[in-house]
Design a binder for this molecule. Structure first.
Ligand code: PHE
Length: 508
């Protein structure tokens, strides 16, 4: 029955389990005494998946050509620095005015420790530093709950944990859990709650130093002035601040997290160097993929001229929504699968400031402020501490919030983002602003998505024409992985594609 469920896609199959063997890098020596030789491969798309395919195939001597429509490699891995220019699909042209040394990661910006992205940083010699994903001193702001000023994470946590602990401890004490727990269990639970919620002897939450201070403790004579009135349980639940706490429990969002020193694009830059720039054609927009039976021909336009690459195999590593628009001979199974996957919106604005007032006035060094405003998340920079200038991410939002900002001019986006930030941080959010740069992935030519939704998951039967090669074309991308919207998905999907391609060449 289990095997049948597997065949229906309802349980892991033996095949799927077999795939979980660790990746073994390809090597030229794999060909020794086989009478076989490395083949020629055309790779469509120079994002992380395409670059990784070229890099890994290159280790075994494959002759790879990468076609990339944009003027830079990296795909959605895009770091914006002063002088960088973009034009979105609405025609908004922008040039970043950021000062030297300042940058924003418009796409991927944080890396969990377990992802292979860090292995590539190690292998490629890309130095990393901590990315602060959670900060007790960052703010929470829920205007719709009646908050008129922001609250520190630490204060919100003290109050939510305090009141939840008090209620559970009292309920336990009154016998509400007698059916579930032994007397010893109950005692241990109450002990835990007293500690977790900083409860007093009567199991009551009365606040404490965890909430923070208006004047911090210092030398003798300065014991510190604790933050004022402790809110009631009812007020704390009404504020809704507790809904932000589970984020940091996520398998992919828990601290510590990392970022490459100097910008996330150090990864595609290092991959590009390792592959060899001569193997990569930028500004090359693919116009047709033809499987001839004995090879693959990819035609593309570059600088107004139409050209073609002929190869033995192809790795198609474009986003599915873009690939679906490219004429091909791969059949309706491939086309239907590509069209089933839908693009999602996300956007960021970088706000460059003349001073790091969030460090000076608010004592916030990195981390994220969570809001119920349409800007959603505000990120403090995890690099350049104590420097002169710095870039805040003034919005990182998704879906309809990202799309409604996209419809504004870059200036209009800045104004709306700043208006939201002023409510939380005060006037300097406007007066210290030097410049801004906004990036909207759904409106970015050649990408048109921040990430994708793959209904049923990447192993659903309808995606088989993408997960198994179709003719001589193999597919790769984060959208074919269980970690969509992470570079890890692109890396592991590319590894899977090159492993299959290499096995096939060795067996041919
Ligand atoms: N990887 C992206 C990020 O960390 C998008 C994402 C968000 C993916 C949340 C999963 C969960 O912002």
């Amino acid at each position: 029955m289990f095997a049948t469920m597997g065949a229906l896609g309802l349980a892991p199959t033996a095949q799927a389990a077999a795939r979980e063997t660790p990746f073994r890098a390809l090597s030229a020596s794999d060909f020794h005494l086989t009478g076989r030789a490395a083949a020629k491969v055309v790779i469509v798309g120079g994002g992380i998946a395409g670059l990784t395919a070229a890099y890994e195939l290159g280790k075994a001597g494959y002759d790879c050509t990468v076609l990339e429509a944009r003027e830079r490699t990296g795909g959605r891995n895009f770091t914006v620095r002063g002088g960088d220019t973009t034009t979105d699909l609405y025609g908004n042209a922008q040039t970043a005015r950021f000062a030297d040394g300042q940058y924003m990661n418009a796409g991927p910006a944080r890396i969990p420790q377990w992802m292979v992205t860090l292995d590539y940083c190690r292998e490629l010699g890309v130095p990393i530093e901590v990315f602060t994903n959670v900060n007790a001193d960052a703010y929470l702001y829920n205007e719709s709950a009646g908050m008129t000023k922001p609250e520190r994470y630490r204060t919100a946590k003290a109050d939510v944990y305090g009141h939840v602990s008090e209620l559970l401890a009292k309920a336990t004490d009154k016998g509400a859990l007698d059916a579930e727990l032994t007397a010893e269990d109950r005692e241990r639970l109450v002990d835990f709650l007293k500690d977790w919620g900083e409860l007093g002897d009567t199991l009551t939450y009365e606040g404490g130093e965890r909430r923070g201070y208006t004047t911090v403790p210092a030398a003798a004579g300065t014991p510190g002035v604790p933050l004022g009135d402790v809110p009631t349980a009812s007020a704390v639940f009404a504020s809704g601040v507790g809904r932000y706490f589970s984020f940091e429990f996520g398998f992919d969002q828990a601290m510590l997290m990392f970022q490459p020193v100097g910008g996330m694009d150090q990864i595609p830059r290092a991959l590009t160097r390792a592959i060899g720039a001569r193997r990569i054609r930028t500004g090359a927009v693919v116009s047709k993929i033809t499987d001839t039976g004995s090879g693959v021909t990819v035609t593309y336009t570059q600088g107004g001229r139409t050209r073609a690459v002929e190869a033995d195999y192809c790795v198609a590593a474009l986003p599915p929504n873009i690939l679906a628009k490219v004429p091909h001979t791969l059949g309706s199974g491939v086309q239907g699968a590509l069209e089933a996957i839908t693009p999602s919106s996300a956007a960021k604005i970088g706000l460059e400031y003349r001073s790091r007032w969030w460090e000076l006035d608010h004592r916030i060094y990195g981390g994220i402020t969570e809001t119920d405003q349409d800007v959603t998340h505000i990120w403090h920079p995890s690099y350049g501490f104590h420097g002169e200038r710095g870039i805040l991410i003034g919005y990182y939002n998704y879906g309809s919030n990202a799309d409604s900002y996209a419809k504004l001019t870059p200036k209009g986006r800045e104004e709306r983002a700043v208006a939201a930030g002023v409510k939380i941080y005060g006037a300097k959010y406007r007066t210290e602003l030097a410049s801004s740069f906004s990036h909207h992935w759904r409106q970015t030519p050649h990408l048109e998505a921040a990430w994708h939704s793959t209904p049923g998951g990447p192993d659903a039967p309808r995606y088989q024409p993408l997960n198994e090669p179709t003719g001589r074309v193999h597919f790769a991308g984060d959208w074919l992985s269980y970690t969509d919207a992470w570079q890890h998905g692109a890396f592991t999907s590319a590894r899977r594609a090159v492993t299959a391609l290499h096995a096939r060449v060795l067996a041919s």
